[in-house]
Design a protein around this ligand. Structure first.
Ligand code: KG4
Ligand code: ZN
Length: 350
């Protein structure tokens, strides 16, 4: 079964053709990073306008690269939640129109759920060896989400913890902005961290309650702010107006490495707690931050099998939705043509 999938939840316009839920025949992503870089974050109106311009060329390119005509696909999938509503509407409308015009089934999936499923996609260079064994603990860590899940099956997924403030990717992006580095900050800080000392600065690890499976990254972000710009006087806030004070390459790398160490430490400790609660036989990690070198390295000694996506499927893409939609299709679950774009995540089938 071949599924054409569409992604437009945030700032990447994607289309992919996926065979049998794992084999990616094509995966096209039109990135809007350059459009948003000067604002150091995604501007929703700019994103939805760019999706409108990109969506049909991206679908055409995905079909071309897969050597697959629209008539040859068996279903149309779309990530219809969660995301920016204007962005979601573009992908959902395109998917509904294609499904209706071609007379093919439509399958709406949850984007966060698809990030978890991304570990199932085969990498051309290094095919994923084994599928995860359930029960598993899942972590989606990205620019918009940092959440833990209990998975008993690909369609039996329960939220067990989430961030109470910033997502970890958001913290990376904001810290990179504080340090006067580019956008998105994750890959930049990750690279810089390899040159620094992770013990140079003792940044706080916010674990919340003893049993808590929730995350908080805003304190860590503020600690970096104070470290770089100085602690403000009573009532005053540190001014970031003039940009960061001059720092040597070494100091910058030490801050990056120490920040990364704090993030990775918190994530691995929460995963350990969650794995115990779930009685997990494995750990599934997806989302943009799953590309992080420090996190991948730390997970090598976790003690349970760890499943991470191939690098090209960590950040937003349509292939992961095409794969997950196959699971729905196999179980006879399809969406109606009045499928809505929904800004929040919900773990119910269809
Ligand atoms: O999954 P994604 O493309 O979009 C969302 O659904 O949010 O994730 C993007 C996020 C950004 O915040 C980016 O800075 C972060 O993932 N990211 C990383 C790395 N690569 C991307 N964070 C840390 N280390 C990385 N190597
Ligand atoms: Zn995402």
């Amino acid at each position: 079964m071949r599924i054409l999938a569409i992604e437009s939840t945030c700032d990447e316009t994607g289309a992919a053709v996926v065979a049998d839920g794992r084999r990616v025949l094509s995966n096209v992503v039109a990135s809007q990073v350059e459009l948003h870089a000067k604002y150091r974050g995604v501007v929703p109106e700019i994103a939805s306008r760019a999706h409108i311009e990109n969506i049909l060329p991206v679908v055409r390119e995905a079909c071309g690269a897969a050597a697959c005509g629209l008539a040859d696909v068996d279903a149309i999938a779309v990530a219809h939640r969660p995301g920016l509503i204007g962005s979601l509407l573009v992908g959902v409308t395109a998917a509904k129109s294609l499904a209706w015009a071609l007379g093919k089934p439509l399958i709406g999936v949850d984007h966060v759920h698809a990030h978890l499923y991304s570990v199932m996609l085969e990498d051309v260079a290094k095919p994923q060896a084994a599928a995860p064994v359930f029960p598993a603990v899942g972590l989606v860590c990205s620019g918009g989400h940092t959440a833990l899940y209990e998975l008993r099956d690909w369609l039996d997924v329960r939220l067990i913890g989430t961030t109470i403030d910033d997502a970890v990717g958001e913290a990376y992006d904001k810290v990179a902005a504080l340090l006067g580095l580019g956008y998105p900050g994750g890959p930049i800080l990750d690279k810089l961290a390899t040159k620094g000392d992770p013990r140079a600065v003792e940044f706080p690890r916010s674990l919340l309650g003893k049993e808590s499976l929730d995350f908080s990254f805003s304190g860590l972000k503020t600690a970096v702010l104070y470290r770089v710009y100085g602690v403000p006087g009573r009532g005053a806030r540190p001014s970031t107006a003039g940009g960061p004070p001059a720092m040597s390459e070494g100091e910058l790398a030490d801050v990056a490495a120490s920040f990364q160490a704090a993030c990775v430490d918190v994530i691995t400790r929460k995963l350990r707690r969650a794995a115990k609660v779930v009685g997990a036989k494995g750990v599934i990690i997806g989302g943009g931050v799953s590309a992080n070198r420090g996190l991948r390295e730390a997970m090598k000694t976790f003690g349970l099998p760890v499943y991470v996506p191939a690098l090209e499927y960590c950040t937003d893409n349509a292939a992961m939705s095409g794969g997950l939609a196959h699971v729905y299709a196999e179980r006879g679950i399809v969406s109606a043509l009045d499928l809505d774009a929904v800004p929040y995540s919900q773990f119910v089938a269809g």
